[in-house]
Design a protein around this ligand. Structure first.
Ligand code: BGC
Length: 740
C-alpha cells in the first residue's frame, strides 16, 4: 500500500475512535512510517526569497522539499507563494507532510503598529494583544503559520539596537507583555486559520550584550539570570507559547544555541516546555566562530544535543545529522523528540486536516489594511507615545495658531515611520506621515514646512530656509530622530545623541526664536541622550516609530484630540557614560545621601548626577493627577494570605485622561541584596476631569519571591517597603512585614 494511503487510514481510525484531539497518538503513528532522513527533514528550515532577514545562504528549496529534507520555511508567504511550495510538500513527497511557514511578524504584518518598545510604553495589555491579534489575522491570510515574535529579551542597554524590539528594562512589565503578545498571536485555538504559532526569542540574555554591541558576549551570575532575564521567558511558557528561539550570544562562555543548561535543564526539565526550539538565523553554525565547535559537523552535534530542535537556514542538520546519529554522536531519541514536537505543532495548526487552510485567495484579498485595523493602529500609536516634557504648556497646539512651522527630515516621512522589522508594511505611500496627519487639523495656509537637513548627512544648506520659516511662525514643531535602520538588528550605537546635524539645527532655531514655543517630536528606536534638547525646546513628544497610522496619531496628540498617556518602560540616561542605568538598581554599600548627592567617597559621578534624564515610568499628560490616601489593609502578611494596597487618584486638571498607576516594593534585607525598587503591578485607568478613583492592588508572597544564592525560589520574612506612584521617581513612605 502507498504510504500516503496508510497515513490516511491511520488518521481516519484516530478520528473515528474519537482521537481527533489526540495529536500525540497521530504524531506517533506518523513517525512510525518515517525514515531517519525524513525525521531530520522536519528539523530543517530554509528561507524563501520574499524577504531577507539575514545573510543569503544558497538554497534549492523545491528540490529539498521534494526530497523530504525540509520541514519549514521562513520569508515565504503570500497565498500564491505558499500554495506552490505546499503543493510540492503535500503532493510530491513520500508522506505528504505539510510545510510550516514562518516570518518575522514583529509589530504588525501589513498594518504596522508602533515598534515594540513603543507598544510597551502604552502599558496597555489589551492593546498589545489586539495589535498581535491583527498581525496574526493579516499574516495568516497570506499563508503564514508562525511568527518569530515576541522578542521578550529584557534590556537595559540603549546602545543595543534591538532594545527597540522588546518591552524595555523591567521584569514584571516584560513578563506581562510577553503573555499579551502570545495571547494575541495564538488565540485560544490554534486550529483556527487566523491564529499562528508565537515564538519567545532570543533565549537567553541576548539583551545584555557587553557594551550594547549586537551579538556580543554576556557574562552574568545565575542569580541575575534567574531573577531578571529568565522570567519573561518563563511567562511565555506559562502563557502556552508554542516555540522558542535560541539566541546568538554566548552566556558565561557557552553559546546559547549550544547551551544544554538553559535549553534542556531549565527550559525542558524545570519549566516543562513542550513546544519546539528553533535556532536563530545560522546561530548553530556560529558555534564555530564562537570557538565552541571545531567545525560545522561538531556544531550540528552540539546544537541538537543541547536541545535546538530546528536549524534555521544553517544547513547543518540537513547535511550532518544523519551521519551523527549513525555514528552514535547524537542520540536518535533527540531527533525523534525534535521531529515529534515539530509535527505536533503542525497537527495543532490543523495542517494535516487541510494543508491549504491558511491559503485562501479571498481571505488574502480582503484582510490587508482593513479599515478597522487602521483605526486600531491609530489608537494604539497615540497610546504608545510619551510626552516627556511640556514646559510653558507648549502642547497641545491650538488650531487657532495662525502659522505653525513644521521642520525636520521626518515631517514628510512615510518610510522610516513604520520602523524596523516592519514585515510587509508598505513604506511607499501607505503610511500616514506627520505632515498628512496635521493636514487633517490645519488649513494649508497655516502650515509652513522645511526639511532643514537629512537624518545623517552633514549638509547644512537647508538650515537657512528652516530658520527663515521658523521666524515667520507663531509656534514651531520639529520632527526629528533616527532612521529606522538605526535600531533593530546589527544597529548598535555608541552615541545616543539625536544623529547627524539635527541637534545643530535645533540650536539655531532656538537662537532665532528665543521666545517661541518649540515642540520636538521624536522618532527613534532607543532611549536617546536629550540633555541639550531639554533646555532648547519646550515640549518633547516621543513617538518612537509609530507605524502605518503614526502621522495621524501624532496629530491627534499634538492638537489634543487625544491626551498623551504613555509612560517610559526604559530609562533615558543623561549621557552614554551612565549606561547601564535602570530604575531597579542595587543600593551599594555607599549610596549617596539624599541631602548631599555630591558627598565624597560615595557611589556617584563627579560630572553628572546619578539620576537619569527621564526615569522608568515617566510620562506626562495634558491633565494632572494627584495621588492621596494611601492605605494598606494590614501591616503584616503571612505566607498564605494577601494584603491590599490602595490609593486615590484624582484628575486635577482640565482634560479627561488616562493614568498609569504603578505599584513598587522593596525587600529591605535579604540573604542576597534586592533592588531598591521593583515594579509589582500597574493599572491603566481613565479619569474624567475632576474625577477620583480608588486603585487597589493585591499583594501575596508570590510577588515577593526571588532566587537566593542557592538558586532556591522563595521568600524571606522581614520588612518590605511599598508605594503606589505615577513613576519610579518617588521615596517609599510605607512598610509591611512578611511573617514567618
Ligand atoms: C534575528 C531573529 C529573526 C531571524 C529570522 C535573525 O537574524 O535575530 O530575530 O527572527 O533572523 O528572520
Amino acid at each position: 500500500m502507498h504510504f500516503k494511503s496508510q497515513l490516511l487510514i491511520i488518521f481516519t481510525i484516530c478520528s473515528t475512535i474519537g482521537w481527533s484531539q489526540n495529536y500525540e497518538a497521530k504524531v506517533d503513528s506518523l513517525m512510525n512510517l518515517m525514515t531517519l532522513q525524513e525525521k531530520i527533514g522536519q528539523t530543517v528550515m530554509y528561507s524563501g526569497r520574499w524577504d531577507q532577514t539575514g545573510p543569503i545562504v544558497g538554497t534549492d528549496n523545491g528540490r529539498y522539499i521534494r526530497e523530504g529534507n525540509l520541514g519549514a520555511m521562513l520569508n515565504a508567504f503570500t497565498v500564491k507563494g505558499t500554495r506552490d511550495l505546499q503543493k510540492i510538500a503535500v503532493e510530491e513527497t513520500r508522506l505528504g507532510i505539510p510545510l510550516l511557514f514562518g516570518y518575522d511578524v514583529i509589530h504588525g504584518h501589513r498594518t504596522i503598529f508602533p515598534i515594540n518598545l513603543a507598544l510597551s510604553a502604552s502599558w496597555d495589555l489589551k492593546m498589545v494583544e489586539e495589535s498581535s491579534r491583527i498581525a496574526a489575522e493579516e499574516a495568516s491570510a497570506e499563508g503564514l503559520h508562525w511568527t518569530f515574535a515576541p522578542m521578550v529579551d529584557l534590556s537595559r542597554e540603549p546602545r543595543w539596537g534591538r532594545i527597540s524590539e522588546g518591552a524595555g528594562e523591567d521584569v514584571y512589565l516584560g513578563s506581562q507583555m510577553a503573555k499579551a503578545y502570545i495571547k494575541g498571536f495564538q488565540g485560544d485555538d490554534l486550529s483556527k486559520s487566523n491564529t499562528i504559532l508565537a515564538c519567545a526569542k532570543h533565549y537567553v540574555a541576548y539583551g545584555a550584550a557587553q557594551a550594547g554591541r549586537d551579538y556580543h558576549t554576556v557574562n552574568m551570575g545565575e542569580g541575575e539570570l534567574r531573577n531578571v532575564y529568565l522570567p519573561p521567558f518563563k511567562a511565555a511558557v506559562d502563557a502556552g507559547v508554542e516555540t522558542f528561539m535560541s539566541a546568538f550570544n554566548e552566556l558565561n562562555g557557552v553559546p546559547t544555541s549550544g547551551n544544554k543548561f538553559t535549553l534542556r535543564d531549565i527550559l525542558r526539565d524545570e519549566w516543562k516546555f513542550k513546544g519546539f526550539v528553533v535556532s536563530d538565523y545560522t546561530s548553530i553554525n556560529e558555534l564555530v566562530p564562537h570557538g565552541f565547535a571545531k567545525d560545522s559537523i561538531d556544531a550540528a552535534r552540539i546544537g541538537m544535543n543541547a536541545g535546538v530542535d530546528m536549524d534555521m537556514v544553517g544547513k547543518l542538520y540537513h547535511h550532518f545529522l544523519e551521519d551523527l546519529v549513525k555514528e552514535g554522536k547524537v542520540p536518535e531519541a533527540y531527533v525523534n523528540d525534535a521531529c515529534r514536537r515539530i509535527l505536533l505543532a503542525k497537527f495543532k495548526l490543523g495542517l494535516f486536516d487541510d494543508p491549504y487552510r491558511y491559503i485562501d485567495q479571498d481571505r488574502e484579498n480582503n484582510t490587508k489594511y482593513k479599515d478597522e485595523f487602521l483605526t486600531k493602529a491609530r489608537e494604539i500609536a497615540a497610546a504608545s507615545s510619551v510626552l516627556l516634557q511640556n514646559k510653558n504648556e507648549a502642547l497641545p497646539l491650538s488650531k487657532d495658531i495662525k502659522k505653525i512651522a513644521f521642520i525636520g527630515p521626518l515631517v514628510k516621512d512615510e518610510y522610516d515611520i513604520i520602523g524596523n522589522w516592519a514585515a510587509k508594511g508598505d513604506r511607499n505611500g501607505k503610511a500616514v506621515s506627520i505632515f498628512e496627519g496635521i493636514s487633517e487639523y490645519l488649513n494649508p495656509n497655516h502650515i509652513l514646512y522645511a526639511k532643514g537637513c537629512e537624518i545623517l548627512k552633514d549638509d547644512e544648506s537647508g538650515f537657512e530656509e528652516a530658520i527663515s520659516i521658523s521666524k515667520q511662525a507663531d509656534a514651531i514643531v520639529l520632527v526629528m530622530g533616527e532612521g529606522h535602520h538605526m535600531s533593530g538588528e546589527a544597529a548598535s550605537r555608541t552615541n545616543l545623541k539625536i544623529p547627524g546635524i539635527q541637534p545643530e539645527l535645533i540650536k539655531k532655531i532656538r537662537e532665532a526664536n528665543p521666545n517661541k514655543k518649540i515642540t520636538l517630536v521624536l522618532m527613534n528606536g532607543r532611549p536617546l541622550n536629550l540633555s541639550d534638547e531639554v533646555n532648547l525646546v519646550d515640549a518633547i513628544l516621543e513617538i518612537w516609530f509609530p507605524g502605518t497610522m503614526g502621522g495621524a496619531a501624532t496629530a491627534d496628540l499634538l492638537f489634543g484630540k487625544v491626551n498623551p498617556s504613555g509612560k517610559l518602560t526604559v530609562t533615558f540616561p543623561r549621557n552614554v557614560g551612565q549606561v547601564p542605568i535602570y530604575y531597579n538598581m542595587k543600593n551599594t554599600g555607599r549610596p549617596i545621601p539624599d541631602d548631599n548627592p555630591k558627598e565624597d567617597y560615595k557611589s556617584n559621578y563627579i560630572d553628572v548626577p546619578n539620576t537619569p534624564l527621564f526615569v522608568f515610568g515617566h510620562g506626562l499628560s495634558y491633565t494632572t493627577f494627584n495621588y492621596s490616601d494611601f492605605k494598606l489593609s494590614s501591616q503584616t502578611l503571612n505566607s498564605k494570605g494577601t494584603i491590599e494596597a490602595s490609593v486615590t487618584v484624582t484628575n486635577t486638571g482640565s482634560m479627561d485622561g488616562h493614568e498609569i498607576v504603578q505599584l513598587y516594593i522593596h525587600d529591605k534585607v535579604a540573604s542576597v541584596t534586592r533592588p531598591i525598587k521593583e515594579l509589582k503591578g500597574f493599572q491603566k485607568i481613565n479619569l474624567k476631569k475632576g474625577e477620583s478613583k480608588t486603585v487597589t492592588f493585591k499583594i501575596s508572597v508570590e510577588d515577593l519571591k526571588f532566587y537566593n544564592s542557592k538558586m532556591e525560589y522563595g521568600v524571606e520574612p522581614g520588612e518590605f517597603e511599598i508605594a503606589i506612584a505615577p513613576s519610579s521617581d518617588f521615596r517609599f513612605e510605607h512598610t509591611f512585614k512578611l511573617l514567618d
